[in-house]
Structures are given as structure tokens and as C-alpha cells.
Design a protein around this ligand. Structure first.
Ligand SMILES: [Zn+2]
Length: 426
């Protein structure tokens, strides 16, 4: 069957697009897609050519600029290339040229239309640049060079950071919350830099999150990741917590693993009477497993039994009780063995954090400490995207992807693209 789409703008015919729709359902869906794609491209181009808003003559050096020739502009949209003309103005005094229509329309720098940029970056925040290119081709029939997406990411990088810093998200708590959780963690990622030993260097991404439960028990979480010094990261985390209602929260729970920089941040920024510090359950249990494996290297059943026993002590009696149990075990384990060393290392990990391991009390107060919320943040934000086989990054490249990913995970994607980041970077 032959179909025809007539495009008519303000009563005038613009274009007709026809095509045969037949065959299997798969074929018909594809044919219709293609037909509408051509129609959409024609309509977009027509509107850009013929519906240009009136632009007042711009001024420069205290006088109106001269109207010069038309200059053609081309952008790649998801439906293909669109081309239109716009008026160039020139200052008779200083020769500066201006195209005011581009400002009025919000035409981006570069070659990608806003919608294509949005789609491309949406793929990039989930998968590699190569896969994003592949997906644009497959799902939208548009061919984009990998380089174009890489350049675009570089171009909007500052806008992503500005957005994360300044945007008043509608997903922040609307009123005071009872308990605000703040957490941070570090994840090592591989860089492009080669160290003295000829190997690629690793660098830590610091991940922060704030989460809370609403009246109906739903979790809300805001996350971000940065490659920066601990002191700067601490200030960033504090600002996020402020935005999430730190000042009005009745109670604050700060969760982190054993890393020293994390507790320096807690000390500096999250250290008042209503704040409880909690050693991240998930990380601690990881340490228990390491120790269990070192003690019983060839006995999986014994490993499981041992870790289960320690977890039970932690859960019902707390860290101090576990500490005593481990000390007994230390004495009864032969010196110099890997098992003994593992116990000593675990004791060393626990010692400065014992007052953050009162899990029975936390449980009683119904605190979320066993969910691995912080750990899953790091996985979601960094590990899933940045630690694929053979992946390595420049700091700038990784920060843009992490920023885009946070914006998406924080459900601010549409709000971000409304800021027209391709222009904000100009
Ligand atoms: Zn001038």
C-alpha cells in the first residue's frame, strides 16, 4: 500500500513524502519509521528557513550594525542534516560580525543539534562512545563520528559541573526530613597517564551521596562523583547535604568505610550532636570475608561459618564484642601465618572505628546501615560505566561522564538539557 504524508505549514504545501508500506510487520514498522523520519527532517528545515523570528538590528560601538549577506548553517539532527540561512551583521567601526538569530534560536556551537546531542550523551553516560555511535545508527539511523561525541562531551563539561553545583532540583526534599544520611566512598579508576614503571596510573574517584526516606518509606537519593582532593570533596559533599536539607534535619547519619580522608571530612563537616557516625557495614563485612579466607584458605565451609559467626556478633553485640573475640582468636592463632596477619590487619582496621560499630543500637533506632547504599552508589555511578575491560580515562573525560551519569541518576536529565548546555559552554 502506498502512503503519502503531506506537510502543510500555515496553509501552504511544503512537501509530500511517499513510500510503500508492505511486507511483514517488521518491514512495515521500519518503512514507516523511515517515512516519518524524512517528513520530520523536511518540516524542521522548512521551519528554520521560513519562520525566523524578527531580530532587532544589533548595536556595536554605539551604533547599529550593518546588514550583511546571508550565511548558511548546517546541523546534524537525529533525522539527518538540516540547512538554513541567517543574516550576518557587521560593525562598521570595529568590523565585528554577529548573527543575532543564532542567539534567539539558541543554536548550539558545533555540528550536533540539541536533540541529537541529548540522545548521544544519554547513550554515552551508559555505555562507551563506540557503543553510543553504534546505537545512534541502529536506533535513529544517524551516523555520528565518535570524535563528535567526544568533542561534545568536552564542550558541555563545564556546564555539567555548573548544573550539579547550582541547579535547584525539584527532587530535593520539599520540607524538613527526620533523618538525612550522608555517605562517601572512593573507587580507583585507570587513567591515561603512564607512571615511571611504564604502567597506567590509577586515580581515585570520590563518590558522595545523600539519601533519605519519605513518609511512605520510599528512598530518595542524590549522588555525585568527582576526582578531587579530599578537602575540596568534603566542601562539595557538605554543599550537597545542605541542599538536601541538612540544616533542618532532626538527625544525621554519616556513613563511610575505614579510609582516613572520609573521617577527616566527617570531622570537619558532619560533626554535631545530632550526627551519628557509622562504619559502613558493607565494607566491614568485606574485611571479614578477607580475614575468613586467609584463616581457612582451602575450606569454604569453614569460611562461611566463620564469617557468619562474626556477622552475628557484630549485628547483635556490636563491634567491641567482635573486637574482643578477634583478640582471643589472634592469641590462639600461630604467629607469622597469613591467618594471624589477616586478623591483625582486621583489628587494625577496626580499632580507630570501634565507636562507629554499635550496630545493635543502630538497628534498634532503625537506621539503614546494612543496605550498602553508599557502596551501591559507587557501583552505580562509577564501576558500571568506568571500569569496563581495558577502559582508561583522562580526568576531564571521566568527570564529564560521571557528571552526566549523576544528572541522569538524580533524575535531572531533562532539567539539564533545558539549560541548553551546548550554548552555555560558548
Ligand atoms: Zn563595533
Amino acid at each position: 500500500m502506498n502512503f503519502r504524508i503531506e506537510i502543510n505549514a500555515d496553509g501552504a504545501d511544503v512537501r509530500g513524502v511517499s513510500g510503500e508500506i508492505s511486507g511483514t510487520l517488521v518491514e512495515r514498522e521500519k518503512q514507516l519509521r523511515d517515512l516519518f523520519r524524512v517528513a520530520e527532517a523536511a518540516a524542521l528545515e522548512h521551519s528554520l528557513r521560513l519562520d525566523q523570528p524578527e531580530v532587532p538590528r544589533p548595536q556595536c560601538c554605539g551604533r547599529p550594525m550593518n546588514k550583511k549577506r546571508l550565511r548558511s548553517r548546517q546541523l546534524l539532527a537525529p533525522t539527518g542534516v538540516v540547512t538554513w540561512d541567517r543574516r550576518v551583521y557587521q560593525c562598521p567601526q570595529c568590523d565585528r560580525q554577529l548573527i543575532p538569530l543564532d542567539d534567539v534560536l539558541g543554536v548550539p556551537r558545533g555540528q550536533l543539534s540539541p536533540r541529537l546531542a541529548n540522545l548521544g550523551m544519554d547513550f554515552v553516560q551508559v555505555e562507551s562512545y563506540e557503543q553510543a555511535v553504534e546505537k545512534l545508527k541502529r536506533q535513529h539511523g544517524v551516523s555520528v563520528a565518535t570524535r563528535s561525541l567526544v568533542n561534545l562531551a568536552g564542550q558541555i563539561g563545564p556546564a555539567t559541573q555548573a548544573f550539579l553545583r547550582d541547579h535547584q532540583s525539584q527532587h530535593w526534599p520539599s520540607g524538613p526530613i527526620d533523618r538525612l544520611y550522608v555517605g562517601c566512598d572512593g573507587v580507583m579508576t585507570c587513567t591515561n597517564e603512564v607512571g615511571k614503571d611504564g604502567r597506567l596510573k590509577w586515580r581515585e574517584v570520590k563518590v558522595g551521596c545523600c539519601f533519605w526516606y519519605d513518609a511512605s518509606g520510599h528512598t530518595h537519593k542524590r549522588i555525585f562523583g568527582r576526582i578531587e582532593a579530599a578537602a575540596d570533596f568534603g566542601a562539595t559533599l557538605r554543599r550537597w547535604a545542605d541542599q538536601c536539607g541538612l540544616a533542618s534535619a532532626k538527625e544525621v547519619v554519616f556513613i563511610g568505610d575505614g579510609a582516613e580522608w572520609i573521617w577527616n571530612i566527617a570531622n570537619r563537616h558532619f560533626n554535631d550532636k545530632r550526627t551519628t557516625w557509622v562504619l559502613d557495614w558493607y565494607h566491614l563485612v568485606e574485611h571479614l570475608w578477607e580475614t575468613g579466607r586467609a584463616l581457612h584458605p582451602d575450606d569454604r565451609v569453614e569460611q562461611v561459618r566463620q564469617v557468619a559467626e562474626w556477622k552475628r556478633i557484630l549485628r547483635y553485640d556490636g563491634g567491641i564484642r567482635l573486637w574482643r573475640r578477634l583478640q582471643e582468636l589472634q592469641v590462639s592463632t600461630e604467629q607469622g601465618t597469613t591467618g594471624r596477619e589477616a586478623i591483625e590487619s582486621l583489628l587494625g582496621y577496626l580499632k580507630p572505628r570501634l565507636d562507629q560499630t554499635d550496630y545493635p543500637t543502630y538497628r534498634q533506632r532503625d537506621m539503614a546501615i546494612g543496605s550498602g547504599a553508599v557502596e551501591s552508589t559507587a557501583k552505580q555511578l562509577v564501576v558500571q560505566r568506568a571500569k569496563g575491560p581495558g577502559m582508561h580515562w583522562t580526568a576531564e573525560g571521566l568527570e564529564v561522564v560521571l557528571a552526566l551519569r549523576s544528572i541522569s541518576l538524580n533524575r535531572d536529565w531533562d532539567a539539564f538539557w533545558k539549560t541548553n548546555p551546548q550554548r552555555a559552554a560558548a
